[in-house]
Each structure stands twice: as C-alpha cells, then as structure tokens.
Design a protein around this ligand. Structure first.
Ligand SMILES: [Zn+2]
Length: 279
C-alpha cells in the first residue's frame, strides 16, 4: 500500500553500496524503518531530507509486519536550521531522538507523542537560551504519557505545596512512587542523599540508592522546578532559570526516575557529549 505521513528523522545509516536505512518517528505509524534506495548516489532524489533532526513528509510502500519498508519519497517540511548549526541545541535534539528510539517499539502509533516531539523540536529551533530544559520537559512529559507522571506539586504525605517548602532544608523524592516528601515528613524516611558524582556515574549511584528503597534526598527547590518543567507550556520552559548544582540534581533525579520506570533504559550517548561541553 502506498501511504503518506509526516515524520521526524531519528537515525540514518549506510546500507549496501548506495542506499540508506532510515528510522523515522511518524505521525501515522509511530516508529518505522525504511530503505532509501540510491540515497547515497550524487543527485539522489532524497537530497538532504534523510538527515536526523529533520521534519519531513514521506511516501512509503508499506506492508504490515515487514521490518523494513520501502521509502518512495521524502521531502523536507522543516529543516530546523538553528538546531543543525548549534552544538548545544543539537545535543538536546539528539538526546530526545535517542530517548524516543530507545523507548518506542516499531509501528505503535502515538499521536500525543508525535505532537510532543514536534513541539519540542520547534521550540528547540526557536528558543535562544536554556535549551537543556527542553530535554527535561520532554522526559517528564514522556513519563506522564505512559502513566508515570510524578506528583511534584505537593508533599505525598501531608499535602503541603512544594511552592511552600523551606529552601534551606532537604526533601525526599521517592522514585518508585514518584512522590515528594516535604522537609518535615522527610525526617522519618531513610534516604540516600544526592551526590555530585552521580552526574557522571548514575549506574554506581543506583546501587547505593537501592539500599534505601529508591528514596533520594534532594534540595527543596528541585521538585518545585521539576513541577514547573512538567506543567508549564513547552515555550515557557526555556525561560526557567536555575543554578548549575540544581540542574545537576534535576538531571540525576530524572535519569534515575526514568531508569526505575522504564525497563532496560540505556544511558544517553548524546547526553554524555553534552555534559562534557557544559560542565
Ligand atoms: Zn509533608
């Protein structure tokens, strides 16, 4: 069946002498892999349309339950020039695409996820600062889409709003429940304090955390900022400002949270590169 859909190019790799295998996240079919025959010869009809981080319109000969579809046409809808010309934006985009590739199965349509991806890519191309916030906003929304939205607006025990937490004290984030404990309620819970080394070594930190049942002790502003990253509209997330230590906490908290809730999740390769640029 010949079919048309919009998509974002997730990945592209060489195939045989002149072709490419391209992974798309499409509006109609979710993740799909296609062969672009002759994509690597001069003057190929595909041009630059098969580059990752590009929004495209594709035409496929689609057969159900086939691993590789045959790509007939691919045209650029949005080239995302700012993303392609800026290392910081690019590493955020690559991280988001890597997550989608890791977390989705082929041919599982999800319109909400497609729309979220487009919103994130559009804003990443447009925003002039704090691009990393879009990765965090994406990860929080992704968890929410699959039923693991953390409850970050108030204490999971007494209901005190995270906006009213005393910033000088620590709080506890319970990774299994996705719940926050205010400074007072946190006093009676065994928790592993956040440590700076976890930014570069999440795997080792997870082992320590498991000993305390997945309870992570973090600074009071962190859940409040996570809540804003989750609940603000996408465009508003890049105007949120916070210090580097808080950013590191957010980073580790989110990576741990996703690891606890999505089995087999691997560390982000694109993100490691990003960390090296920023820190
Ligand atoms: Zn409380």
């Amino acid at each position: 069946m010949l079919t048309k859909t919009d998509a974002i190019v997730l990945k592209s790799m060489k195939f045989r002498d002149t072709s490419k295998i391209v992974t798309f996240y499409t509006r109609k079919y979710g993740k799909i892999k296609g062969v672009a025959k002759g994509a690597r010869v001069m003057k190929s009809k595909f041009g630059a349309a098969l580059e990752p981080m590009t929004q495209v319109g594709i035409v496929l000969y689609r057969k159900e339950h086939r691993d590789l579809q045959l790509l007939s046409q691919c045209d650029i809808v949005k080239p995302y020039k700012n993303i392609h010309s800026d290392m910081e934006r690019m590493s955020v985009a690559m991280s988001v695409l890597e997550r989608i590739n890791q977390l989705t199965h082929e041919e599982e349509e999800n319109m909400l996820l497609y729309n979220l991806l487009i919103e994130i890519m559009d804003e990443l191309d447009r925003a002039t600062k704090n691009h990393i916030n879009l990765l965090y906003a994406f990860e929080l929304r992704y968890a929410a889409l699959f039923g693991f939205s953390p409850a970050l607006d108030s204490c999971g025990s007494c209901g005190k709003s995270t906006e009213d937490f005393n910033d000088e004290r620590s709080v506890v984030f319970q990774l299994f429940k996705g719940a926050v404990m205010c400074p007072t309620c946190a006093e009676s819970i065994t928790a592993q304090p956040y440590e700076r080394f976890a930014v570069d070594n999440v795997e080792r930190f997870i082992q320590k955390l498991t000993l305390t049942g997945g309870n992570l002790k973090i600074s009071a502003p962190t859940p409040r900022i996570l809540q804003r990253l989750l609940a603000s509209n996408i465009g508003g997330t890049t105007s949120l400002e916070f210090s580097l230590p808080i950013r590191n906490e957010i980073d580790v908290t989110l990576r741990l949270y996703l690891r606890y809730h999505f089995e087999g999740l691997k560390p982000l390769k694109s993100f490691e590169i990003f960390q090296k640029i920023l820190n």
